[in-house]
Ligand binder design. Structure first.
Ligand code: FES
Ligand SMILES: [Fe+2]
Length: 467
C-alpha cells in the first residue's frame, strides 16, 4: 500500500490541535490500538451515482457481495438461551441465527423446506423452530424434529432435511455469518480489530439500546454519511463549539483480506474552523453538558483554567469518577481519548463498532428488500457488563419507520438530534444522485477526510469486479 505524502492530513488551529497531538498529550495510556497509525491514502476514485440506485448494481451486490462476505448478523446477548433465535435480513435474503448450545451458534436459511415459509420473523425462543404453516419442526442444531402427517412424506429422508446452514463466526460478542461455503475463516476479515479492542473488550459489553431505522436512501448512501467528520461543519454546526471535526484522524488497514478503517474525532476542543481564538472553556463546558445528559442528577463541573491539566484531561478525570461510580467498574487507567473522543472503526462492508466510552455505538447498514433506494440502519448503544452480575439480555429493538424521527425516542438524548440531522440529508442525497447532470453523475471525494469512502469503494469494486 502506497502512502501519499502530499496529502494534507487534517486542519488544526492554535487551540485545536490535530488528533495525533492530543493523543500524545493524553493524561492516560492510550494503548497500542489508539497509538497505531496508517499512512495509506487510497487513490482518487469517482463513484458513478448510478451505483446507488441501479437495480442491476444492487443485484450484483447481492450475488458478489452479500452472498460471499463475512457480515455482522447479531450479538450473542440477543439470543441468551439455547433455542433463542433472531432473523437477520439483508436485502431480500434472510437467515435465522440460533443459539444451539451454551456457546454455540448456527445460522440457517430462513425458509421452510416444505413450501418455503419464512421460519423466523422476529426474536423468538423454544425447543424447536416450528413453521407456522403446517408445523414442520427443526431442532436448534438444524436437524429435523418432526413432520406432521409423517406418513405422507415417505420421500423425505430426515438426514437430507436438516436446515441448510451458512458459516458462523464470532468475535467480541458479535455473531457474523457468511453464506459462502468456501469462505476463509472470519478471523481473516477482522484484521486489526481484535488487537485494537483488547483494552476495551467488546465481549464485556451488552446492547443497552437498539434502534432499527428504515431510511429512504441506498445502504451505501447511508453508510457513507457516517464515515467522515467533514459534514459536521454544515450538518451538525451546533456541535462545532466542542468538536474537533477537521482535527479528525483517519486510518486504514488493509492487507487484502481484512478491510478496516477508523476515525478519531476529538471532543472537548473547539472546531479548528472557529479559529485560533475560539474558546476552550466553552468547548470543555459544552462537552461536560453532553456527557451529563446521560447521567441525570450528577453535578456537572465547569472548566477550571487554573488547573495544570488540560480541559480534556479535566473532562476525562470527571468521567473516570462518574463512570466508576455508576457502573461499579474501575476506569482509573482509561485514557482521555477512550473516555471522551468518538472513535469509530469500520469493517467492510457495513459494520461499525465504536471504541471506548466516548460514544459506545455499533452501526450496521443493510439493503432493505430489493429497492436500492431504501436501506436499514441499526444503531446499538452498548454498556459495560455490570460488575459481578450476569450479562443482561439485549434491549428490545425500537423500530423507526421511514418518516419517524429519532426525536420521537427522547431516551437517547442529544443523539436523537444528531441522528435527525443526518437523516434529513439522506433522502435528499438519494434524490440528487438520480438528478445529476450526465457529465457530473459521480462523486468528488476529499483526499484526506473522505478517504474511508474511497477505500470502501475501492474494495467494493474489487469485490464486484466492476472497477
Ligand atoms: S411451509 Fe412450512 S410447514 Fe408447510
Ligand atoms: Fe453526522
Amino acid at each position: 500500500m502506497a502512502s501519499d505524502e502530499s496529502v494534507v492530513r487534517g486542519y488544526a488551529s492554535a487551540v485545536s490541535p490535530l488528533t495525533a497531538s492530543l493523543l500524545k498529550a493524553d493524561s492516560g495510556d492510550i494503548g497500542a490500538g489508539l497509538r497505531a497509525r496508517s499512512d495509506y491514502i487510497p487513490a482518487d476514485i469517482k463513484v458513478p451515482f448510478s451505483r446507488y440506485f441501479d437495480p442491476g448494481f444492487a443485484a450484483l451486490e447481492k450475488e458478489q457481495l452479500w452472498k460471499k462476505v463475512w457480515q455482522f448478523a447479531c450479538r450473542e446477548e440477543d439470543i441468551p438461551e439455547i433455542g433463542d433465535r433472531v432473523p437477520y435480513n439483508v436485502g431480500d435474503m434472510s437467515f435465522v441465527i440460533v443459539r444451539s448450545g451454551r456457546a454455540q451458534f448456527r445460522a440457517f436459511y430462513n425458509a421452510c423446506l416444505h413450501r418455503g415459509t419464512r421460519l423466523c420473523d422476529g426474536p423468538g425462543s423454544g425447543e424447536t423452530l416450528r413453521c407456522p404453516f403446517h408445523g414442520w419442526e427443526w431442532n436448534p442444531d438444524g436437524t429435523l424434529h418432526n413432520i406432521p402427517s409423517r406418513w405422507d412424506f415417505a420421500q423425505v429422508k430426515s438426514a437430507a432435511y436438516a436446515l441448510p446452514e451458512v458459516k458462523v463466526g464470532t468475535w467480541g460478542g458479535y455473531i457474523f455469518i457468511n453464506p459462502d461455503p468456501g469462505a476463509a475463516p472470519l478471523e481473516e476479515s477482522l484484521g486489526v480489530l481484535p488487537e485494537h479492542f483488547r483494552a476495551c473488550p467488546a465481549e464485556e459489553r451488552f446492547t443497552a439500546f437498539h434502534i432499527r431505522k428504515r431510511v429512504r436512501a441506498n445502504w451505501k448512501t447511508t453508510l457513507e454519511a457516517f464515515l467522515e467528520a467533514y459534514h459536521v461543519i454544515e450538518t451538525h454546526s451546533d456541535a462545532l463549539s466542542f468538536t474537533g471535526d477537521a482535527s479528525t484522524q483517519y486510518d486504514i488497514w488493509d492487507d487484502g483480506k481484512a478491510h478496516i478503517s477508523r476515525l478519531i474525532t476529538p471532543l472537548g476542543i473547539p472546531s479548528p474552523h472557529l479559529g485560533d481564538r475560539a474558546s476552550v472553556a466553552d468547548a470543555v463546558n459544552a462537552t461536560y453538558q453532553v456527557f451529563a445528559m446521560g447521567m441525570p442528577g450528577v453535578p456537572v463541573p465547569k472548566y477550571d483554567p487554573d488547573l495544570p491539566t488540560s480541559g480534556r484531561a479535566q473532562i476525562s478525570q470527571w468521567r473516570r469518577k462518574t463512570l466508576s461510580t455508576s457502573l461499579g467498574r474501575d476506569f482509573s487507567s482509561w485514557s482521555d481519548a477512550a473516555l471522551v473522543d468518538t472513535v469509530q472503526y469500520f469493517m467492510f462492508p457495513n459494520f461499525c463498532p465504536w471504541y471506548g466510552e466516548g460514544l459506545p455505538l455499533v452501526y450496521q447498514f443493510l439493503p432493505y428488500g430489493t429497492n436500492p433506494n431504501e436501506s436499514v440502519m441499526n444503531i446499538r448503544l452498548t454498556a459495560p457488563l455490570p460488575s459481578g452480575g450476569p450479562r443482561p439480555p439485549s434491549a428490545r429493538i425500537v423500530e423507526l419507520d421511514f418518516d419517524e424521527p429519532f426525536s420521537a425516542k427522547p431516551e437517547i438524548g442529544i443523539l436523537s438530534i444528531i441522528f435527525d440531522q443526518d437523516m434529513s440529508n439522506l433522502p435528499r442525497i438519494q434524490a440528487g444522485l438520480r438528478a445529476a447532470a450526465p457529465g457530473h453523475a459521480h462523486s468528488t471525494l476529499g483526499r484526506y477526510q473522505e478517504q474511508r469512502i474511497r477505500h470502501f469503494h475501492q474494495v467494493l469494486e474489487k469485490t464486484l469486479d466492476c472497477g
